[in-house]
Ligand binder design. Structure first.
Ligand code: ADP
Ligand code: TRP
Length: 334
């Protein structure tokens, strides 16, 4: 099984990115042949400062490594190091219906939030489909918000195969009974349990809402953000409401399994104020992230090592990409 996923280098990573995506990626490196990349071509849609673009690409790579990605098990690379990506992007684009792109939720959401409707943003799902199919990926762990993009990728792989492989049967993509497809339709893997992490204001945690708790920011500021999570005015002695409480949701994902039952019971029973639970959350943050934060600092101080890992990753990824692009080029007549 080949597993692939990517993270845009468009900002500092936060708890939503970790629990909604990165944690699962790192865990899956033991379950198959895993490829993870920093989507820095995608990030150009929103990061328009070259110094910042470079720094965020580096920081995202460091974050992956600090959070446990093991380069001897998984391939880690930068999207922009793979010249096969833009080539397949063009070729695949020739069979993509504009009507699909027009109904992409993420595009519509980003426009609604004020991002400018540029071609790159519009065509983003095509680039994402290529990121996946270029390496013959089977499974793509993603957050819920990316599921539609995976459905598009499947549809376009199928359309491409139907167009260029005589007698291709979409019900038999592996070619068990007839001819095999050129592009493999990928499968999304969504982690339902932690599908939505709330931010300090109770809305979905997102850098667009300015309500994030970053994984690798200065610790005092990070603790302050946790102590400032919005809560209601329930009295200390009263049971605390569970529905709609960002603090409760965050504790639920962050507390060690051994402590959660007791915390949950005391929350529902009353007797402790919100400050008590906020301090608990800060403790949980330290337990989970002190190790990765230390590793993050070490890697930040060793850019040559990070570069070496990324270069080696790109070389490996290109080995996977080359035969896929070669068969596509032949099939379309290039
Ligand atoms: P942001 O909303 O901060 O811009 P991104 O869209 O770059 O974050 O998120 C990258 C990935 O991280 C998403 O595809 C999703 O899987 C995950 N993610 C981001 N925010 C959350 C959240 N609040 N809850 C769960 N997963 C999230
Ligand atoms: N679109 C993804 C996000 O915003 C990032 C991404 C780009 C990706 N290409 C991908 C994820 C390929 C999985 C597979 O989170």
């Amino acid at each position: 099984m080949r597993i692939l996923s990517g993270v845009q280098s468009s900002g500092q990573l936060h708890l939503g990115n970790y629990y909604g995506a990165l944690r699962q990626f790192v865990a899956m490196q033991n379950e198959g042949e895993a490829l993870y990349f920093i989507a820095n071509l995608h990030a150009l849609n929103s990061v328009r400062d070259p110094v910042q673009a470079k720094k965020l690409t580096f920081d995202t790579a460091v974050a992956f490594l600090a959070l446990g990605l093991d380069p001897s098990r998984a391939v880690l690379f930068r999207q922009s190091d793979i010249p096969e990506v833009p080539e397949l992007y063009w070729i695949l684009g020739t069979v993509v219906p504009v009507s699909n792109l027009e109904r992409a939720h993420s595009y519509k959401d980003k426009i609604d939030k004020g991002q400018s409707p540029d071609f790159g943003l519009f065509a983003y799902p095509v680039l994402m489909a290529v990121d996946i199919m270029l390496y013959d990926s089977d499974v793509v762990p993603v957050g819920k918000d990316q599921v539609q993009h995976l459905e598009f990728a499947r549809d376009w792989a199928t359309k491409f195969n139907v167009t260029y492989v005589p007698k291709y049967d979409p019900a038999d993509p592996e070619g068990k009974k007839g001819p095999k497809g050129l592009l493999k339709p990928p499968r999304a893997l969504v982690q339902e349990e932690t599908a939505l992490i709330p931010g300090v204001d109770g809305q979905k945690m997102s850098k667009t809402y300015g309500n994030t708790i970053e994984l690798f920011a200065e610790i005092k500021a990070t603790e302050k953000k946790m102590m400032g999570i919005k809560t209601d005015s329930t009295a200390v002695e009263s049971p605390k409401p569970v529905e709609g409480s960002a603090l409760y949701q965050l504790l639920k994902v962050m507390a060690p399994a051994s402590e959660w039952a007791a915390l949950d019971a005391s929350w529902r029973q009353g007797g402790q104020g919100y400050g008590y639970y906020k301090k608990k959350l800060v403790e949980c943050f330290h337990v989970t992230f002190d190790g990765p934060r230390k590793r993050y600092e070490e890697l930040q101080a060793d850019p040559a090592e990070v570069e070496r890992i990324l270069k080696a990753g790109a070389a490996k990824a290109r080995e996977y990409a080359a035969p896929v692009l070669a068969r596509v080029r032949t099939a379309v007549g290039l």
